[in-house]
Design a protein around this ligand. Sequence first.
Ligand SMILES: Nc1ncnc2c1ncn2[C@@H]1O[C@H](COP(=O)(O)OP(=O)(O)OP(=O)(O)O)[C@@H](O)[C@H]1O
Ligand SMILES: [Mg+2]
Length: 276
Amino acid sequence: MEKLQAALARAREKRDNDGRPVVRSQFGNATSARKTRKTAAVDERWAGLGMLEPSSKRMKASRILSIEATGEAQHFDILRTKLMLEMRRNDWTRIAITSATPGCGKTTSACNLIAGLGRQPELRGMLFDLDFRRPAVAKYFGVSPVSSLEDVLSQEILFEDQALRLHDNTIISMTTGVVSDPAQVILRSQTAELFDQIQDDYQPDLMLFDMPPVLVSDETRGFLKQVDAVLIIAGAEVTTVAQIDDVEREVAQYSNVAGIVLNKCQFMEENYSYSY
Ligand SMILES: Nc1ncnc2c1ncn2[C@@H]1O[C@H](COP(=O)(O)OP(=O)(O)OP(=O)(O)O)[C@@H](O)[C@H]1O
Ligand SMILES: [Mg+2]
């Protein structure tokens, strides 16, 4: 626990003199070139998607707390606000969520971020379940979609026929089952083109990708080139300082580090701590 706090403090020290995080700009920005004004056609595309009907009971059991503005949601709301500010400051749109090891809270954090964004109607966000090894977004919302993000990436179904809105301003593209060769699907060039097309068509402020742990997944490593920044989730009492360092180093080879979230803190008032 103390070691993790020390790692977070070290990360904080990386801030520049303004107290703002140092931006590793040498990776450029996968987004800025594609940003254009929102149009009526974009609005129509959003309005044309079906609505998800999540189970309140299941969401509560899965700790998706930020769907409503309750006290329980505040830690995720703070995380969302900090992330969105950071994204605006750096002109980022695509954020991957990863960790060193399994079970740190990536999917829980991703679901809460998108659920909380639903309460910010001026912004638009999309969540993609790209953890083809342990897909869990559908389970956490308590839904059983008929088709999978994998079907979209394999061009068997159109995105507009697969993705569903959680709110008017949030979209979720879920994965229905384990994919046997995830790297083959995620890293092929047509997948990159598809995400570009989706971004052009829907003009979201946030594209969030729930990924497998970076240290055990080739497809996460390979996909990081396609995102603007990465949110690293560390599990208190689970992730070691050395693992956080490894993930940060690994991520920094391909993309920017948006921040590190220390999740599952038992000994703090907050269950979450966010740092740069
Ligand atoms: N802050 C928290 N406090 C308590 N339990 C949590 C917290 N965050 C997540 N969990 C629980 O920990 C378990 C793992 O969470 P989650 O599925 O989000 O992790 P993950 O990193 O996505 O795992 P995987 O590597 O399997 O994809 C779940 O049972 C979840 O409810
Ligand atoms: Mg997960």
